[in-house]
Structure formats: structure tokens, C-alpha cells
Design a protein around this ligand. Structure first.
Ligand SMILES: Cc1ncc(C[n+]2csc(CCOP(=O)(O)OP(=O)(O)O)c2C)c(N)n1
Ligand SMILES: [Mg+2]
Length: 624
């Protein structure tokens, strides 16, 4: 007797299959692919589009996006909010719809966050070649524009026959659900194959649970790690995004309370401890706090937990200056664990911290060390207070005063989203995270335009939670269009739009590195041809209103506070628009960041910047 089959198109089979996939961790089961974002064109409308229609909203919820890149951002926001235990798919047409995915895919993969990409592709039959939007490679005939997704995907296949979907779909789910491998996963779907019928084995559509394992530490590595911690006098934990992905916050808290070891965090790891925990030192590195960076300079053991050690964290290799410093890296991937020539503990963050704590039994840092970092933390709290405080309620707020007003508005579980501009640095130094999911900084790719679509994904993942997308004017202009989606879906996301007429961040960086702020302000051309004229008469608040948001314009600190409270109380998508005072109220950088400066130049600013640069480079260490 032959096994039962079901006759469906490839696209219908894929949608049915995706709707039956689940993850499970700690006894909790979730849909692996909870919904599908889509924009239709000839590359997917009759295949995946028809299949989604036939499946219906109950089987596979569908969300309409405005731009393929921002659909990926929304999916990434969703997956991050749910600690990678649930993800979304994104279907696109072929050609421009597909290549618009590349930036989003890179962002997902670099941040180690799952998203399933389903771009349409050329006809597997090659019958109508070249079809509209098809790349004709004169030598490699099987290459399509979708091949641009290969380097930014953790798994890639082109499904050139219906039955080829079966092994690839299973591999795709494995990668999405695997904490050590996850990122963007691409199944490119030739247009003709999407619509082709096949007799699928019924078993392909059975419910399948992808168990998200908590890999335990290896006993030999554990013994060595315990020894390293016992013999350290000035240990410092660097908490990265892995703490959140693993939901290891409580284990980390128990570990630091037992050992007294303080925690500094990366952008992805901030909020691993509550900001007012005595062992929480705030951000580390170029955008870190004075207390974190001072401890990093003098630490004899740096314990990285779930961190990739980007240049911002290591101050481009200049931060860890103790000649005796050693590293111990607890990470789910061997790739990250081995960075900085570390001792490794390749395991899940939560299970690793729990096992370390058991094995350490009673070891604690000295009282002097604890008193030292507590005093440093208290000093930094005053820096935050000063940056937040607005003396005059009727004055135009500075950017850090905007953060102060938001700090006074949010509750413990509000989510604050940001990715690029001068805000990430200010937030890393100043934000007081009150809960693990509150601080949502995308700083692996630092992609302008992530914030608004990500807010939609976060809101889908956390209904009822106030969500704030913080955007500069440059970032807003990069990608405001997903506002329409928030309006369409009735999602009450909030945007705080800070107008400072251009790229304050890159302007400042340009100034420091000899570029004299060239090309970073949004201003009219002056008589000399440079962009140094009056600010542009662009009304971004009116733009947000035109896309369907409620808009509140705040001109003073008082108006801002009222507007933020009103936005939080509203059940409509609301934009709080504020022009900021450029007065520098943000604390300066406590550590360097390597941006190479012209080695030869005729302008004095660059010559001086290069002298400063050479002094900084000299401080770089290679940890071997
Ligand atoms: C997509 C993208 N393009 C370029 C950059 C480089 N970049 C980083 S910050 C920035 C300017 C951001 O301007 P705005 O949002 O107004 O924030 P501000 O710097 O004024 O705080 C640019 C161009 C980037 N991070 N992402
Ligand atoms: Mg700006």
C-alpha cells in the first residue's frame, strides 16, 4: 500500500508546511513561522500569493508591507522580542522586490536573528527567458539577482523542482531554530515551480517541533573556567545579546549576587541586569559608561557572555589594557567563543551561568573591588541625572533631555527601539533599563530605517505593550513608509522624531576625523556652493500625519512631557515631533573608536586629526 499523498502546488505545500512548524524550549511551544509579510509582483502573486489566499488567515496570517527591506526589519523586531523562538516569513516578487531584501537579510544575519525569506526567481524551465526583471548573466546561466542573498543568508537554496522543497524546507527550519546557526534563511522560488502541482507525502504536513536545545558546558571547559574565575582579582562580565536570546537574565543576576562580579553590557546585552542593580555598570566600550570602561581597562579577567566583541565593545582593540588580562567566553558558537584568544565555554548562556555558579560555591570578589565599582556606578548615576535634567521647562529640549522626559514617561515594560544616529551612543550611556526586553538597540548593522518597521514587529509580538521607535530626522527620511502598515493593522506604535536638520552623529564624527562636517547637514546650498545655507523647510511632522499617524508637536520640555504621556495613553499610532537644541548635554566618549583619518591632506583639520589618530592607534593591543 502506498503512503497517502496530497496534490498541491509547491507554494501551497510550502505554506501548509510552514503553518505546522513549532519551536519548543523550557516546555513552551510556539509557532516557528507565525505569519508572512508580503509584497506581490509577477514573481510571487500567482504562486505564493494564491497559496496564502487558499490557506487563509487562520492557517497563515498575512501582513502587507510597503518595502521589502522594511518587512524584514519588522520580522527581525518580532523575532528579537520573542527571544528567537518565533519568526516570520517574507515573500517577494523577483528582481527589485527580491534585491530589496539584501539589507534586511544582512541585518538579521549579523544580529543572529531568524527570518525566512521567500523571493521569487526566474523560470526553472528557462522557457520565457529573459523574463521581466531577470538578470542575464552571460557566463553563469543559473545565477540570478537572488544570489546576492547568499553571503547574507545562513542557509540558501533555489527550489528548481517541487520535490526539492522537502529536504530544503526541513533544513531551513533547522537553521532558523538553531541558536548557534540562526539568521536569514532564503528559499528562492522559481516562478513556474511555485505554481506546479505535485503529490506530496502527507507526512510532510504533520506538526513538527524543533526543540531549541540548551547546550550544557563541557566538563573540562567548565573546570578550567571555574579555575580562571577563582584566580581573578578584578573580573568583569561583558553581557551581550546572547544573555537575552537565552533568557539568562535571572541566572546572570543569581551569578553576580553570589560572586560580586560586576556586569557591563554591549548594545545588544543592555538590560541583562536592571539598571539599579548594584552590579550593573551600564554600557561598555566606545559608547560605554566611565565606570565600565575604567573597570575594563584594569580587569584581569573579562568574562564575555553571549557577545561578539565588536569594535564598539573593545574600543577597536584599545579597551582592555591590563597587561595580565585574560578572556573567558561563554558562547553558544565556537566562532564567537574563541575571539580574543579566550578560554572557551561553548554552551547556552543560562545553562553555563547556572553550572558555573554551582561549581564556584561561595567564591566572591574582594570587598574593596565591590566598593570601588559601586562608587563608580554612583558617580555615573549623577552624570545621567545631569544629562536628563532640564533646568527650564519652557526651553527647547536637548537630545538627552528628550531621553530624560521619555525615562520619566515609560513603565517597566515599555520597549524603546533605536538603531542609528547619535541616539545609540546616548542611549547606551544613559538609558535606565528596567526590564530585559525594554532596550531594543539594533547595533549589529546599525541600519537607519530599522526603527519604525521593527516597532511594528515588536508590537505584533507584544500586544498591549507600549512601543517607542526613536528616530532622527535622517533616519525618518530613510524609511518612514511602514507607518502606513501600523495604521492599517491598528497598531498603536509611538514614534519620537528628533529634528536636528541632518546627521548630527556623522557630522560630529566627520569633525573629529578631519572631514569638517562635509555633507552631513540638511541645508540649502550657500553662495559658495556648499550645503551651509538655511535649514530646509521640510515638515516631517506633516509627513507623518499624511501617512495616517496622530502627530503631537512639542516645542518645549513641558510640551514634550505632555505629548509623550498622551502618546503612551493613546490607542492610535502617534508621532511626537520635537526639534532639539544642539547644545552638547551628552557625556563625551570614554573610549576610542577606529575610523581611519587621511594620512596625507592639504587641509589643517585633517592633518591635526591624523596626529590624534596616530596616538590612539598606538594604544591598540592584540590579545593572543
Ligand atoms: C542605511 C544607513 N545608511 C547610512 C548609515 C550611516 N549613518 C549612521 S548615522 C547616520 C546619520 C543619522 O542621522 P539622523 O537619523 O538624523 O540622526 P542624528 O545623527 O542626527 O542623531 C548615517 C548616515 C547607516 N547607519 N545606515
Ligand atoms: Mg538628525
Amino acid at each position: 500500500m502506498s503512503a497517502p499523498t496530497r496534490r498541491l502546488t509547491t507554494a501551497q505545500a510550502l505554506v501548509r508546511f510552514l503553518s505546522a512548524q513549532y519551536t519548543e524550549r523550557d516546555g513552551v511551544r510556539r509557532r516557528l513561522i507565525a505569519g508572512t509579510w508580503g509584497i506581490f509582483g509577477h514573481g510571487n502573486v500567482a504562486g505564493v500569493g494564491q497559496a496564502l489566499l487558499e490557506a487563509g488567515e487562520q492557517v497563515m496570517p498575512f501582513h502587507q508591507g510597503r518595502n521589502e527591506q522594511s518587512m524584514v526589519h519588522a520580522a527581525v523586531g518580532y523575532a528579537r522580542q520573542l527571544n528567537r523562538l518565533s519568526a516570520q516569513a517574507v515573500t517577494t516578487s523577483i528582481g527589485p522586490g527580491a534585491t530589496n531584501l539584501v539589507t534586511g537579510a544582512a541585518l538579521a544575519t549579523i544580529n543572529r536573528l531568524p527570518v525566512l525569506l521567500l523571493p521569487g526567481d526566474y523560470f526553472a524551465s528557462h522557457a520565457p527567458d529573459p523574463l521581466l526583471q531577470q538578470l542575464e548573466h552571460p557566463v553563469e546561466a543559473d545565477v540570478s539577482v537572488n544570489d546576492t542573498l547568499r553571503p547574507v543568508s545562513r542557509y540558501f537554496d533555489r527550489i528548481t523542482r517541487p520535490e526539492a522543497l522537502i529536504p530544503s524546507a526541513l533544513q531551513a527550519m533547522r537553521v532558523l531554530a538553531d541558536p548557534a546557526e540562526t539568521g536569514a534563511v532564503t528559499l528562492a522560488l522559481p516562478q513556474d515551480v511555485q505554481a506546479e502541482a505535485y503529490d506530496w507525502p502527507e507526512e510532510f504536513f504533520a506538526e513538527r517541533v524543533w526543540y531549541v536545545r540548551r547546550a550544557a558546558p563541557d566538563p573540562v571547559e567548565l573546570t578550567a573556567a571555574v579555575e580562571a574565575i577563582r584566580s581573578a582579582e578584578r573580573p568583569l562580565i561583558v553581557a551581550g545579546g546572547g544573555v537575552h536570546h537565552s533568557e539568562a537574565e535571572a541566572a546572570l543576576k543569581a551569578f553576580v549576587e553570589a560572586t560580586g562580579i560586576p556586569v557591563a553590557s554591549t548594545q545588544a546585552g543592555k538590560g541583562s541586569l536592571r539598571h539599579d542593580h548594584p552590579a550593573d555598570l551600564g554600557g561598555i566600550g566606545h559608547t560605554g559608561t566611565a565606570v565600565s570602561d575604567e573597570l575594563a581597562r584594569t580587569a584581569d579577567l573579562v568574562i564575555g557572555v553571549g557577545t561578539r566583541y565588536t569594535d564598539f565593545t573593545t574600543a577597536s582593540g584599545t579597551l582592555f589594557q591590563n597587561p595580565a588580562v585574560r578572556f573567558l567566553n561563554l558562547n553558544i558558537t565556537g566562532f564567537d567563543a574563541h575571539k580574543l584568544a579566550a578560554r572557551t565555554l561553548v554552551c547556552d548562556a543560562r545553562s553555563g551561568l547556572e553550572r558555573l555558579l554551582e561549581a564556584l560555591s561561595g567564591d566572591r570578589v574582594s570587598a574593596e573591588y565591590e566598593a570601588e565599582y559601586r562608587a563608580g556606578k554612583a558617580r555615573w548615576d549623577e552624570v545621567v541625572e545631569a544629562a536628563y535634567r532640564a533646568g527650564d521647562e519652557n526651553a527647547v529640549p536637548t537630545q538627552t533631555q528628550v531621553l530624560g522626559a521619555l525615562d520619566a514617561t515609560v513603565g517597566d515594560c515599555d520597549v524603546v527601539i533605536n538603531a542609528a544616529g547619535s541616539l545609540p551612543g546616548d542611549l547606551h550611556k544613559l538609558w535606565r533599563s528596567r526590564s530585559p526586553r525594554q532596550y531594543h538597540l539594533e547595533y549589529g548593522y546599525s541600519c537607519m530605517g530599522y526603527e519604525i518597521p521593527a516597532a511594528i514587529g515588536v508590537q505584533q509580538a507584544a500586544p498591549g505593550t507600549p512601543v517607542w521607535a526613536l528616530v532622527g530626522d535622517g533616519t525618518y527620511l530613510m524609511m518612514p513608509t511602514e507607518i502606513v502598515t501600523a495604521v492599517q493593522e491598528g497598531l498603536p506604535v509611538n514614534i519620537v522624531l528628533l529634528q536636528n536638520h541632518g546627521y548630527a552623529s556623522i557630522g560630529g564624527l566627520s569633525q573629529e576625523t578631519g572631514g569638517e562636517r562635509f555633507g552631513t547637514a540638511y541645508r540649502f546650498r550657500a553662495a559658495d556652493g556648499t550645503f551651509t545655507g538655511a535649514p530646509l523647510p521640510v515638515d516631517l511632522a506633516a509627513n507623518a500625519a499624511s501617512l495616517g499617524m496622530d502627530v503631537l508637536r512639542a516645542k518645549t520640555v513641558r510640551e514634550l512631557r505632555e505629548a509623550l504621556a498622551a502618546a503612551r495613553a493613546s490607542d492610535r499610532p502617534t508621532c511626537v515631533y520635537v526639534e532639539t537644541d544642539p547644545a552638547p548635554t551628552a557625556p563625551p566618549a570614554e573610549a576610542w573608536w577606529d575610523v581611519p583619518v587621511a594620512e596625507t591632506a592639504s587641509r589643517e583639520a585633517a592633518v591635526q586629526a591624523r596626529e590624534r589618530y596616530d596616538r590612539q592607534v598606538a594604544g591598540r593591543r592584540r590579545h593572543l
